[in-house]
Design a protein around this ligand. Structure first.
Ligand SMILES: Nc1ncnc2c1ncn2[C@@H]1O[C@H](COP(=O)(O)OP(=O)(O)OP(=O)(O)O)[C@@H](O)[C@H]1O
Ligand SMILES: [Zn+2]
Length: 738
């Protein structure tokens, strides 16, 4: 890994090692933000106000700004300590990357997504009868590091629970966020037993270790957090802790974390007691003593390690050839690109490809992350760019890879909030222009938001080559699955082909995660090998969020959820061109009370008007069913996500894809919209949505019997797969055990 070494004139050697270890893991931008976090916490203690309370919307925003990135920092350090597998880290990184480092909200979302995933897995551990659970909880409770992270995460979770939804629930049709507290109460009781706050014996009759009361004290001191939050944290951490425990060599990292913590506190004191002033364009005297040493990485990844992505590999082969033998090109007078932009959705292997280019060519690889340049101090980002390029020049031919490229290369703004962001882009442009075409440095940037990029960066002589990396197709998925499944012990019943067919739309990282999750599930089930049912379980978890153990004890809510989900399902069922149904359930999953899941049968490269309308109608089906059955006064907030999704589709139809007659064949991306136009657009979006709702309602009215049957079947069986849905709709009797 390319490490950005952070040395400082007054560093102790040991401490410098600790810092460099950390910065190499997280990049020092994040190391710096955790100073900020510590400062906040110190103030909290000072004000005797330990609770990071978020009440009003304004506070919430402030809170986000103050603690967003640093919470993620903690999360990262947790990950480091727990040795959680790469896909999980990739998952967070990816979610975090969804926006520039200035958008803290995204960070929280990613953190929560992560915990949802972790917690789903941990439910088995939560089971009091599970011997692993007992020992995990007990060890966890005695650990000071655990407590520290716990404190900071309650913080993060408080923010999350009050303001955001998970990534998954945004992406997939499902019921919105509704409280689900009672349902969890029995579970919380169990945990409380563990933590000694109810009695000092848990239900196994094992007397609690003394440390338990310490943890319960810690939890109590967290200003009476939401029990749901408390529960989630305990479980998530117990599991994280277990993973950590399993890796004995990680013990040392405890010590390092401690040194780092002590050092950061000291740094913060230095920073904020020395009267530093930040002047526009100026720099901090104190920070001038910081030097960054940029190290390259030797890569041993090759194209053979990247599965699928044949086109991308082919396009990149030219770059490899050039790097292998720059002279050959120079002597012919051929000019090669300086910059290559890898564009594609998260997790498709952009980073992997860039590495493979370096590996194939046998050149050093400098890896930097866009957010590293997003500094809280003026001019540091630009300076880092300079240092990165000057280090690279010394080692040419080589590759500079900038991940999350959109956070460095975003359109320059005149915004008053971050007036210095432009400096970084300017510096990058300078550097790109400053070296000769055939000098042997190729700058590769990866982004999933190419539209946000500053246009100047894409002029000839800069990032003028764009390589698109797509989601893997059937063959690609098969190869990826084969690659990762070869690393685990699988049962002979595992059908890779079937799995590949049932995972349309999954990225490479998601497939890797799927296999990992399946393996975890197999371990929990006490199995020797991973079976198809473990893989199915993992797929559903990734697709719909982790499954809760039980349904909600409130029957009225269950019926409402059943009708809501049956509404989605039926509209989809009776609408031509809708995405094929996969499953419907009223067991709460992730953040939602129920879920209707769909999987495309084959790759979708483009969507037709009819498909888009079908998606909108299906999303509207939930609300329409609620209204039909319970009346307008009884509709719930459960459809908020659905509405969001439908609105997104309608908006893009009208504003981007020229699918509205009134607005015409016109795209409003990147154009000023006059008030007159805005009104027309608005009316069109509204019309699209209303018509969609009406279509959904009319389907449900027409198929009222089926709606009732489906809701009843959901109440009885809780989850129905595609075939079962069909049987119910066709009025056949289901042979399914309850
Ligand atoms: N095509 C693939 N072949 C093999 N493994 C893959 C592939 N795509 C993704 N993976 C796995 O997923 C991990 C994450 O992928 P990677 O970080 O390269 O994706 P990315 O496109 O750079 O995503 P992001 O935009 O989030 O950075 C890889 O380290 C690899 O383990
Ligand atoms: Zn819904």
């Amino acid at each position: 890994m390319a490490s950005v070494l952070f040395t400082q004139s007054f560093c102790q050697p040991q401490a410098a090692a600790a810092i460099s270890h950390l910065t190499s893991l997280f990049g020092s931008a994040r190391a710096i933000s955790s100073h900020k976090d510590l400062r906040l916490r110190r103030q909290d203690v000072h004000n005797k106000q330990q609770k990071p309370n978020v009440t009003s919307g304004k506070d919430l925003n402030q809170e986000k700004e103050q603690c967003g990135l640093s919470q993620v920092t903690d999360l990262f350090s947790l990950l480091k300590d727990t040795d959680v597998t790469t896909p999980t880290i990739a998952l967070i990184q990816r979610a975090r990357k969804k926006d520039s480092a200035l958008n803290w909200a995204q960070c929280h979302t990613s953190a929560s997504t992560f915990f949802e995933n972790k917690i789903g897995f941990s439910q088995a551990h939560l089971n009091v009868e599970h011997p692993a659970g007992v020992s995990i909880m007990r060890t966890a409770a005695q650990d000071p590091l655990f407590r520290r992270i716990l404190t900071s995460l309650v913080h993060s979770h408080n923010v999350q629970l009050r303001g955001f939804k998970t990534h998954r629930s945004e992406r997939h049709t499902g019921v919105g966020v509704r409280p689900r507290r009672e349902h969890q109460e029995s579970l919380i009781d169990n945990v409380q037993d563990f933590f000694g706050s109810r009695s000092n014996k848990n239900s196994l009759g094992v007397k609690s270790a003394p440390g338990l009361s310490t943890l319960s004290g810690a939890v109590k001191s967290l200003s009476d957090p939401d029990p749901e939050v408390e529960r989630k944290l305990k479980v998530a951490f117990a599991e994280g802790y277990k993973a950590r425990e399993e890796n004995t060599k990680k013990r040392w990292s405890n010590l390092r974390s401690f040194i780092f913590l002590a050092l950061t506190i000291w740094l913060v004191v230095q920073l904020f007691s020395s009267n530093i002033s930040i002047k526009p364009g100026g720099s901090l005297g104190f920070l001038n003593s910081i030097t960054y040493e940029v190290n390259a990485e030797d890569v041993n990844v090759t194209f053979a390690d990247v599965k699928g992505a044949a086109e991308a590999k082919q396009e990149l082969q030219d770059i490899v050839n050039f790097l292998r033998d720059p002279e050959k090109y120079t002597s012919l007078g051929a000019k090669l690109p300086k910059g290559v932009l890898l564009v594609g959705p998260p997790g498709v292997g952009k980073t992997l490809l860039a590495r493979a280019v370096a590996g194939e060519a046998g050149v050093p690889f400098f890896h930097a992350s866009g957010s590293e340049f997003d500094e809280m101090f003026v001019g540091l980002g630009a300076r880092r760019i300079r240092q990165l390029f000057s280090a690279a020049k010394e080692q040419a031919p080589c590759i500079i890879f900038i991940d999350e490229f959109d956070s460095v290369g975003a359109k320059r703004t005149s915004s008053a909030i971050h007036p210095y962001a432009n400096q970084t882009v300017n510096q990058l442009l300078n550097e790109m222009d400053g070296f000769q075409q055939n000098e042997g440095i190729i700058v590769m940037g990866a982004t999933n938001k190419v539209d946000n990029m500053d246009k100047a960066l894409r002029r000839p002589g800069r990032f003028d080559i764009e390589v698109t990396v797509q989601l893997p197709d059937l063959k690609g998925r098969k190869e990826i699955i084969e690659l990762y499944i070869s690393k685990i012990k699988k049962d002979p019943d595992v059908d890779v082909d079937k799995l590949a067919r049932g995972t349309t739309g999954f990225s490479g990282a998601e497939l890797e995660n799927l296999i990992n999750q399946a393996a975890l599930k197999a371990v929990i089930d006490g199995r020797e090998t991973v079976t198809m049912s473990h893989l199915d379980f993992a797929r559903d978890k990734i697709l719909m969020g982790p499954e809760r153990k039980n349904r909600i004890p409130d029957e009225e809510t269950n019926w409402l959820t059943a009708y809501h989900e049956a509404g989605h399902t039926l509209v989809s069922y009776f609408t031509k061109d809708s995405t094929p149904l996969h499953k419907v359930t009223i067991i709460p999953r992730g953040q939602s009370l129920g879920h209707t899941a769909f999987i495309d049968e084959k790759e979708v490269y483009n969507k037709t008007v009819s498909q888009l309308k079908a998606s909108m109608d299906t999303a509207m089906g939930g609300r329409a069913a609620e209204e039909l059955i319970y009346g307008t006064e009884k509709v719930t907030t459960g459809a908020s996500n659905d509405l969001q999704q439908a609105t997104r589709i309608a908006t893009s139809m009208v504003m981007v894809n020229g699918m509205s007659d009134k607005v015409g064949l016109r795209s409003f991306v990147d154009t000023e919209i006059s008030p007159g136009q805005r009104e027309v657009i608005d009316l069109e979006i509204r019309r699209f949505l209303q018509e969609s709702y009406d279509r959904a309602k009319s389907i449900l009215k027409q198929h009222n019997t089926e709606l009732n049957n489906l809701a009843q079947a959901l109440i009885k069986y809780e989850t129905l797969d595609k075939d079962e849905i069909q049987q119910v709709v066709e009025g056949k009797k289901l042979h399914k055990s309850v």
